[in-house]
Design a protein around this ligand. Structure first.
Ligand code: NIG
Ligand code: FE
Length: 422
């Protein structure tokens, strides 16, 4: 990059092996500040990053090559595409009326136990057609992409019965195949206990009926599901049921990535570490032992600043986790409770409310979020051979992506996925 200064960041503790080895090499996490004249972003070919380096080196290496398009990044910053490690984006029936109830003092669980919350969204999602769900989902993904997200974890979980869970997973699959955005698909049939069932009955149904059907559809190539999720919470799925479901999902070949220790201490972190979970989300109420176990097991913590903010929960102990060496990632948790599409906003909240540094927040929203989805070999940083997913902002200081809150459409000039401007 001509006259550009390349900034290096130390990834979060727990990923030391990915740090810079010498000042001449590029770390897996970087942002590139461009101040030269004619500046090439990383050169993308076949959807992957072909080269990264100073403009003169790139120019001489690719002299005579024809480029489909060149972007002049003078005065701009090039960052890795953002990775949103936790969303619930397929549903019908928003809950703006519940926002008012929460502002008036009702708690998340009070609303849930009174038949609202997830139950409300389940009722509407069960009635919605696949087409209706796809249309709104597509629109939501486009909004996430405009805010810089290039890889998004997407959960089912507002169906609860097999028919609607599969409807949601098919909708996710359709977007995965037809849209220019990366998707990691998660089966979350244990998001809530369906009305009229006990948690044990729901657990048996998932293990005996849902997972075998899922396996069949995975094998026939009809859907591609990556992760299994459970809402491990008091009054939802207890630790024993969570263990049974997660183990059965793992036996089906799914990565474990679940909701734990959000509203009550459940020992979810200890369970996840024991079962080899790739990631656990929320963790507002995680125990000290749970943090240690997660660090040791290299199980990522997906922290969700929007939820803690919205529900006025205790903030997750991001600092303690980072100091203990936990791989800390971030997600928007987009859902009818936390209606936020924007990872820049999430990073901002993580810095202000969870006391993360801007470097840590960027690592958490890129390379560490990719790790939480088992995709850090191909996503989450600007490196030769990785997928060409980039965000270009019209500021020479990358920190503006976090510093400015709201209005990212005027800051983000380009979102590039697999080398293509989207
Ligand atoms: O991650 N905590 C459980 N699941 C979601 C909320 C889903 C909903 O309320 O619709 C979460 O915050
Ligand atoms: Fe969630």
């Amino acid at each position: 990059l001509g006259g550009a200064s390349v900034r290096f960041f130390r990834p979060c503790p727990g990923l030391e092996s990915w740090c810079l080895r010498s000042s001449a090499s590029i770390s897996k996490l970087n942002s590139i500040s461009c101040s030269g004249l004619c500046v090439l972003p990383p050169v993308c070919r076949d959807g992957c990053i072909k080269a990264v380096g100073p403009a003169d080196v790139i120019h001489s290496r690719f002299a005579g090559a024809t480029f489909e398009s060149k972007i002049d990044c003078t005065g701009k910053c090039v960052l890795p595409g953002l990775v949103d490690a936790h969303t619930h984006p397929v549903w019908a029936g928003d809950r703006v009326h519940e926002f008012a109830m929460k502002l008036a003092g009702a708690s998340y669980m009070e609303i849930h136990q009174a038949g609202g919350g997830i139950h409300f969204t389940v009722e509407h999602t069960q009635k919605a057609t696949e087409e209706e769900l796809f249309t709104t989902f597509k629109h939501r993904l486009e909004r996430m992409r405009r805010a810089g997200s290039t890889l998004v974890e997407c959960k089912s979980g507002y169906g609860l019965n097999l028919e609607t869970e599969l409807k949601m997973l098919r909708v996710i699959e359709r977007a995965r195949q037809s849209m220019d955005i990366g998707i990691s698909s998660t089966y979350c049939g244990a998001h809530s206990v369906p009305k009229g069932k006990t948690a044990t009955e729901a657990t048996d149904d998932i293990i005996n009926n849902h997972l075998p059907k899922l396996k069949e559809l995975q094998q026939s190539g009809e859907i591609h599901v990556n992760n299994i999720d459970v809402f491990c919470e008091k009054g939802v799925f207890d630790l024993a049921s969570t263990r049974r479901i997660l183990q059965a999902g793992k036996d089906t070949g799914l990565q474990i990535n679940f909701h734990g220790d959000e509203l009550h201490p459940m020992k979810s972190a200890e369970l996840g570490a024991e079962l080899g979970a790739q990631a656990i989300s929320h963790l507002e109420e995680v125990s000290d032992e749970g943090i240690t176990a997660m660090a040791k097991a290299k199980c990522a913590a997906v922290l969700l600043p929007t939820t803690a903010y919205m529900l006025r929960l205790k903030q997750p102990q991001a600092r303690r986790m980072l100091d203990e060496g936990v791989i800390v990632a971030l997600g928007s948790d987009f859902n009818p409770n936390a209606y936020c599409f924007s990872m820049p906003m999430v990073m901002h909240l993580a810095c202000v409310n969870m006391k993360m540094s801007m470097n840590e927040a960027l690592a958490a929203a890129t390379i560490n979020a990719a790790y939480a989805l088992g995709k850090s070999d191909t996503h989450g940083s600007i490196e030769v051979g990785k997928q060409g997913d980039l965000v270009i902002i019209n500021s020479s200081r990358w920190e503006h992506l976090i510093y400015q809150f709201g209005g990212h459409q005027t800051l983000i000039d380009y979102v590039i996925i697999k080398g293509k401007v989207v």
